[in-house]
Design a binder for this molecule. Structure first.
Ligand code: ADP
Ligand code: ADP
Length: 228
């Protein structure tokens, strides 16, 4: 579903963030990108929705070379969840969740119904939380809205950048487990960036262990942990 072929990224200041990267993510697979800060994980992920353009190499999504796809259209097919959720502070939870369906010009009723359905799916009662504003939610609840918003238009691909990084360890573990049971039903193709090896192991079908700008190991959690 996602394929990198010899992809490199050199920033204008000369920093090589990603260096000749080739890997593939199968449809419905959840791959975690793990490694220390500054090794190229975020750069890798942001090239998938063209928030960053590669310097060389080729990236395909669903068999299509993304350099030929209009970035705005591409991003509507790719859900994006970031640390601190990045919700619009002046829009209600329901309106935040309906963002992409509205951009796609779904009928208003359908967009709102879909948003309510997604809030339900991430464990937030839309009748209670739909009319609240992000500031009126806990950190964990905001991350759930972030996930609901990313999934609202049912994109095949989901990018998650430290999605559970900003909450305390107890909430983090709960969100991880909730997301895994959600993923068992929605089966998105997911790239999840984390610097937490435990999270990478718990969440990933496969783990990409980053060194400087490269993937040093790409394997199942068991193999990465060195089990027989
Ligand atoms: P990670 O997500 O693993 O922390 P990043 O992809 O953010 O790594 O960064 C990889 C490298 O590229 C780092 O050395 C970082 O400082 C550098 N980098 C990231 N963004 C930019 C930028 N806009 N301009 C210059 N260098 C950058
Ligand atoms: P993250 O923890 O998600 O990797 P960072 O704090 O590394 O985020 O980077 C935040 C923002 O700053 C990103 O948009 C990234 O592109 C940019 N950035 C990171 N490193 C550099 C750098 N060395 N020069 C310029 N911009 C950078």
């Amino acid at each position: 579903m996602i394929r990198f072929e010899q992809v490199s990224k050199v920033y204008p200041d000369g920093t090589t963030a990603v260096d000749g990267l080739s890997f593939e993510v199968a449809e419905g697979e959840l791959v975690t990108l793990v490694g220390p800060s500054g090794c190229g994980k975020t750069t890798t992920m942001m090239m998938v929705n063209r928030l960053i353009e590669p310097t060389s190499g080729r990236i395909t999504v669903g068999g299509e070379d993304i350099s030929a796809v209009d970035p705005v259209r591409l991003r509507r097919r790719i859900g994006y969840v970031i640390q601190q959720a990045g919700l619009f502070p002046h829009r209600t939870v329901l309106d935040n969740t309906a963002t992409v369906p509205v951009l796609l010009r779904w009928k208003k009723d359908r967009a709102r119904a879909r948003a309510a359905e997604l809030l339900e799916l991430v464990g937030l009662d839309p009748k209670v939380y739909g009319s609240r504003y992000p500031a009126q939610l806990s950190g964990g609840q905001r991350q759930r809205v972030g996930v609901a918003r990313a999934l609202a238009a049912d994109p095949p691909v989901l990018l998650m950048d430290e999605p559970f990084g900003a909450v305390d360890p107890v909430v983090r573990e709960r969100l991880q487990n909730e997301f895994l049971s959600l993923q068992a039903t929605v089966r998105k193709t997911v790239l999840l960036v984390t610097h937490d090896i435990e999270e990478a192991v718990r969440m990933g079908d496969r783990i990409a262990v980053y060194g400087q700008g490269r993937i040093a190991q790409y394997d199942t959690p068991a193999a990465v942990l060195g089990a027989p």
